[in-house]
Write a protein that binds this ligand. Structure first.
Ligand SMILES: *Cc1c(COP(=O)(O)O)cnc(C)c1O
Length: 402
């Protein structure tokens, strides 16, 4: 619990001051590599569950001071958050959050451009539990409003949407959901709390894959869910404990270390991504740059209105061509790695595979030339952007040579 949050501090400063050690002579909280907490006597052992509160060290699975330091820090940097629960991965965070708010007979509305594993949770695990998932076009407010029924319990948003980067009108969608007493969850991994204040824009639950920006160094898997109210926080915590979920204290310490530099890393990645997006936008081989930070790109106006920051992740669509040309381009890159995940210090490039995973929207977009359908996703890291541009130039040259 972020009891000591000084609201006069800016978030940038809270990235540095939050989740510190309780010992005034040590900067970082110690890594409690411990399952067991020892009690002085039987009376103390029996007393502990009665006074067991968040933030206390009761038993390893409930969290040691290392994990509490991280969840406190995440709560302190998320404006309006009541508390934060940690999960062993981003997907575990999404599953844990959904399991906390829907049950048999309920309807869950999911934005059509949700991260693929999120779709699979909805159409797999939740379906088997008797939850009905309905997918919606996040850019169609009327269509969204028309989907609600008596049983609609929750809405899962992602902004911008995975791979295709559509920016949706979160306050408008959340207002419609509120009219129907539905809980609004958002996968806020792209912008994180520095770039998008989820609770101020009407969301009730904000989810992050800490694997990405918070870890920042491609060396850990973790997720978090922050809740705007005590009631929702208690539900999240209850379900995560029922499922026996805990993160390792070593990983929590790594995530806390990543958090300290997240602001400067994001600033750098955002500036580099924008420079590269501008460059791609001028290339004759590129049909569309799907980067909401880029003026004129789809979603830019909403991004400007609602976001206070960006990151290094965006996609672009090649003009014509085929999958082989796209792969030739990616394979010719020397600085960009080819691999999943993003938000690390190193740049990555992957072919975007959407085929078959959208049900409420069309891809490629109906208004595009039909031959423009092969997209590449870039995660821009901390390298010099001009070197990355030279690398992409190498990629385009490899396509031209073929
Ligand atoms: C990567 C990702 C996740 C899942 O995170 P993991 O830690 O890999 O499970 C969730 N949402 C989005 C948008 C992601 O890109």
């Amino acid at each position: 619990m972020a009891g000591g949050t000084d609201q006069s501090q800016t978030t940038a400063t809270r990235l540095v001051t939050s989740g510190r050690s309780n010992d005034p002579h040590v900067v970082n909280p110690p890594v409690y590599r411990a399952s067991t907490h020892l009690y002085d006597d039987c009376a103390a052992l029996r007393e502990a569950p009665k006074s067991n509160r968040d933030g206390q060290f009761f038993y390893g699975r409930r969290g040691s001071p290392t994990q509490w330091a991280l969840s406190d820090a995440l709560t302190e940097i998320e404006p309006g958050a009541h508390g934060t629960v940690l999960y062993p991965s981003g997907v575990a965070a999404i599953a844990g959050a959904l399991l906390s708010v829907v049950g048999p007979g309920d309807v869950l509305l999911v934005c059509d451009n949700a991260y693929d594993p999120s779709r699979h949770i909805a159409t797999g695990l939740l379906k088997r539990m008797g939850v009905e998932a309905r997918f919606f076009d996040p850019l169609d407010l009327d269509g969204f409003a028309g989907l609600f029924c008596e049983r609609t319990r929750a809405v899962l948003l992602e902004n911008p949407g995975s791979l295709t980067m559509e920016v949706c009108d979160v306050p408008a969608l959340a207002a419609i959901a509120k009219d129907h007493q539905a809980c609004v969850l958002i996968d806020n991994t792209w912008a994180g709390p520095l770039g998008f204040a989820a609770f101020a824009h009407g969301c009730d639950i904000s989810i992050q894959a800490l694997t990405k920006h918070v870890g920042g160094h491609s060396d850990l898997m973790m997720g978090s869910v922050s809740a705007a109210s005590q009631g929702l926080y208690a539900k999240l915590r209850h379900v995560s404990q029922e499922l026996g979920q805990v993160v390792s204290p070593d990983d929590a310490a790594l995530a806390l270390r990543g958090l300290r530099t997240m602001g400067v890393r994001l600033d750098r990645c955002t500036a580099s991504a924008l420079k590269i997006a501008h460059w791609l936008d001028q290339r004759p081989e590129v049909a569309h740059v799907l980067c909401p930070m880029l003026p004129g790109a789809p979603g830019h106006e909403l991004w400007k209105r609602d976001f206070t920051g960006g990151c290094g992740l965006f996609s672009f669509v090649l003009k014509g061509g085929d999958d082989a040309a796209r792969c030739r381009l990616i394979d010719a890159l020397e600085l960009f790695g080819i691999g999943y995940s993003w938000g690390g210090f190193e740049s990555l490039a992957t072919p975007v595979g959407i085929d078959g995973s959208r049900t409420a929207t069309r891809w490629p977009k109906p208004e595009w030339d039909e031959s423009d359908r092969f997209a590449i996703r870039l995660s821009i890291g901390l390298e010099e952007p001009d070197d990355l541009i030279a690398d992409l130039e190498r990629g385009f040259a490899a396509v031209a040579r073929a």
